[in-house]
Design a protein around this ligand. Structure first.
Ligand code: GLN
Length: 405
């Protein structure tokens, strides 16, 4: 018999999010599945990228990032995240995705445990498997998705090396508060664990919610690996530029892993990302306002189409319950929506370690032009729940509106 793939690689499946994008392409469906914008980044940064290429920034950069970009990130970290760091504590990576896997490979040993809040962005499972660590899942319970102290406590033990802290949260849109992050901090201190963060949606916030980085909490300075990137804030998901901020000994380990994985992030795009960090405050205000408008449109449309909607506090996803749609299987619903209705989304099961827990959940993204969202809304009008429900919204919590009945 032919020798096959590694046990590691056999331990997880391909990304369902990326699979849905391919299906949308096949059927010509509006892609509200994968979270990437269908509009352009700011002209200033597109020009900066073109200029960098024509001026000769076309070879490897320093493996862990150009000095200019790391200095600019350090300034941003102090001003926005309230994390005091210098450029020697920063590693520029090929997107947040590489930042996360490089950090886990640098930090975790087989036998270590990693705490992951559930539902979770699907990369976290494979990242832990590739690092040899064991995942412990902690539910963020509906309808509020708040961290529950007792549940979290039960997940920690002396093997806990790290906890993944993703805020604003994908897929629920929760923005964690200082008080909740304080609970995480206390446990990290009690069990000598690290927080590895995913703060890629840090600027996409609604209704006055504020982004808090756990690395800014007293006592977390030396036990946080803060990860973010340029993809979502500047609408450049294809550029693959992200970064990791960590204490120096951890940074040294992350830099080694990063070097042997990818050598460096694209050099001209690092120049353009340095320019992105000079954009005025008004840029971020407009970004938030545009996403807020998209959120309102999609939330209303999905509610009318019979989905139970959890209104997001941040990020650009709408997490829904599909109980009233008549579909008992999220993948069948995905296929129906893509092939018959012409709108793509992500089956809820891909956000749970036990897929059965997500069969009646579904995620849509509104990271699209108003025109694209309107096209999706028009198509969603054709989607009639098999068990129609009255569309008067009953508020169960300030965050959850589900169709009555
Ligand atoms: N974070 C995005 C999502 O959840 C996708 C990112 C990716 O596909 N690399 O849709």
């Amino acid at each position: 018999m032919r020798k096959g793939p590694s046990t590691r690689a056999a331990g997880f499946t391909e990304s369902v999010i990326r699979e849905m994008t391919r299906l949308c392409q096949t059927y010509g469906a509006v892609n509200l599945a994968q979270g990437f914008p269908d509009f352009d980044p700011p002209t200033a940064i597109k020009r900066a990228a073109a200029t960098a290429i024509s001026k000769g920034y076309n070879q490897y950069s320093t493996t862990y990032g150009t000095i200019g970009l790391r200095k600019a990130i350090a300034r941003k970290m102090r001003a926005y995240n309230h994390i005091d760091c210098d450029m020697d504590e920063i590693t520029v990576t090929c997107g947040t995705t590489e930042g996360m896997i490089a950090s886990e490979l640098a930090l975790l040993d087989p036998g270590d445990e990693v705490v992951i809040f559930e539902p979770f962005y699907e990369n976290y499972g494979p990242d832990a498997i590739l690092s040899g660590a064991k995942c412990r899942y902690v539910k963020l319970r509906e309808p509020d998705f708040r961290i529950e102290e007792e549940t979290l406590k039960r997940a920690f033990n002396h093997k806990t090396k790290a906890i993944i802290v993703n805020t604003p949260h994908n897929p629920t849109g929760r923005v964690l508060t200082s008080q909740e992050l304080g609970l995480v901090r206390d446990l990290c201190q009690d069990y000598d664990s690290y927080a590895i963060t995913d703060e890629i949606y840090e600027y996409i916030l609604y209704d006055g919610h504020q982004h808090v980085s756990i690395g800014s909490l007293r006592g977390m300075e030396d036990r946080t690996i803060t990860i973010s990137g340029f993809s979502k804030t500047y609408s450049v998901t294809g550029w693959r530029v992200g970064y990791v901020v960590a204490p120096k000994p951890i940074t040294s380990a992350i830099r080694k892993v990063h070097d042997f994985l990818t050598v460096c992030a694209p050099t001209p795009l690092q120049e353009a990302c340095t320019a992105a960090l000079q954009l005025p405050e008004s840029y971020y205000d407009r970004l938030r306002e545009n996403y807020r408008a998209g959120r309102e449109m999609l939330v209303e449309s999905l509610t009318s189409a019979g989905f139970g909607v959890f209104k997001p506090e941040g990020a650009y996803y709408v997490w829904t319950r599909t109980n009233s749609t008549g579909f008992k299987d999220d993948r069948k619903l995905a296929l129906h929506l893509i092939s018959k209705v012409g709108v793509g989304g992500v089956p809820g099961s891909s956000f749970f370690h036990n897929p059965s827990q997500g069969r009646l959940r579904f995620r849509f993204s509104f990271s699209k032009k108003p025109k694209t969202i309107r096209r999706a809304i028009k198509r969603l009008k054709k989607f009639s729940p098999r068990h129609p429900v009255a569309h008067t919204n009953r508020c169960i919590s300030p965050r959850l509106s589900v169709p009555a009945g």
